[in-house]
Write a protein that binds this ligand. Sequence first.
Ligand code: FMN
Length: 189
Amino acid sequence: MDVFKAIKWRRSVRRFSAQKVEREKVLQILEAARLAPSSSNRQAWHFVVVDDPAVITQIPDTVPAGTRRIVNFMKEAPLVIVGCYSKALTHYIAQLAGHENHLVDVSIAMTHMTLAATDLRIGSCWVGWYGESRLRNLLKLPRKYRVVALLVLGYPAERSTEEAIAGIPARPRKTLGEIVSHNKFGENY
Ligand SMILES: Cc1cc2nc3c(=O)[nH]c(=O)nc-3n(C[C@H](O)[C@H](O)[C@H](O)COP(=O)(O)O)c2cc1C
């Protein structure tokens, strides 16, 4: 799939079929993360692949009960990849100048994964709502790692169309005019 087609075809998929994601495809998705750029090429990331249903179903329980509906869909998913970092020295130095490069690095790698998954006709949804300390215990994540986000993955329950994976309608996007400036902020491009 052409990369721009994957960008346009991707949607947040929250309903999955019972079909497991084949190991070879999981490895392809992880390869897309491995090849991602990172600040000073530190690659200070770690990805926890969770495919044990007994573990996946506990992840939504890490957030306060009143907000679980935002993430409960994950209980039916066959696969979750948890994106983490452990800051390198260069990350601490960049942070002194106000740059959160460690978050940028993991986010780029996770974006690569969403596009690779789309190319493989595998649905994905970012999840930024999790209880980090409970998740840390569940995954036995060492102290030095922090979680950035989760990717929930699986074959979509719904049939895809030419327009979108799982036939999901596009969510609204701002126009280029609203989000782009030319040379100086606020000048039209
Ligand atoms: C950092 C981040 C966190 C998100 N967290 C959640 C989440 O906790 N639960 C959820 O259902 N969707 C979550 N989403 C998905 C967004 O709601 C979705 O990307 C957005 O509405 C646009 O829809 P689209 O992905 O189908 O284009 C998250 C997306 C991002 C990028």
